[in-house]
Ligand binder design. Structure first.
Ligand SMILES: [Zn+2]
Length: 175
């Protein structure tokens, strides 16, 4: 999980924080990859707890502005399917990011300073993340703990992950 610095006080902020520990409202700026202590906030802030900044007061953030691209609700299970795939993609990226942030390395790692969040090649991201997850699963088993990531990614699951990854990356780039 990414940790961000607090722009208006001590302590850190997590990706989904709406306020600091002291209750000061903050918003995430995806361009700066940092938190700001001021509006304009996304209009979805009060509705679904979106904590991103908006281009202007009363506007959606870059992410929520893409809501028109949400899966067609007339397709059976489209929205749960999308949500589950997106959650898996974020878990895999986060496992990978946390791994390197902890100072660990692995033979699959592409190069020093590699950022899994901005990797365009989903197959590479999945390969690295799955390799790491298998290793951490073994570490957990040595302590009698359940597997960290107890899933096998089928060919179909990988295609779904690639599809979601492509959409999310394009959204982040405003395309
Ligand atoms: Zn938003």
């Amino acid at each position: 999980m990414k940790v961000y610095s607090n722009p208006v006080g001590s302590g850190n902020l997590w990706f989904d924080n709406l306020t600091t520990a002291e209750g000061v409202p903050v918003a995430y700026d995806p361009q700066a990859r940092a938190f700001l202590p001021m509006p304009p906030f996304c209009v979805n802030r009060e509705i679904i707890g979106c904590n991103w900044i908006a281009p202007e007061q009363g506007a959606f953030c870059r992410s929520c502005a893409m809501t028109a691209l949400a899966p067609d609700p007339n397709i059976p299970d489209a929205i749960p399917n999308w949500a589950e795939t997106a959650a898996h993609l974020l878990h895999l990226s986060d496992i990978t990011d946390s791994f390197v942030a902890s100072g660990l390395t692995s033979p699959e790692w592409p190069q020093p300073g590699w950022d899994p969040y901005s990797e365009p090649d989903t197959a590479l991201l999945i390969h690295v993340a799955a390799s790491l997850a298998i290793r951490v699963n073994h570490v957990n088993r040595s302590m009698g703990l359940p597997d960290l990531y107890p899933f096998v990614l089928s060919e179909m699951a990988q295609r779904k992950l690639a599809f979601v990854h492509d959409w999310l990356r394009r959204g982040a780039q405003g395309r």
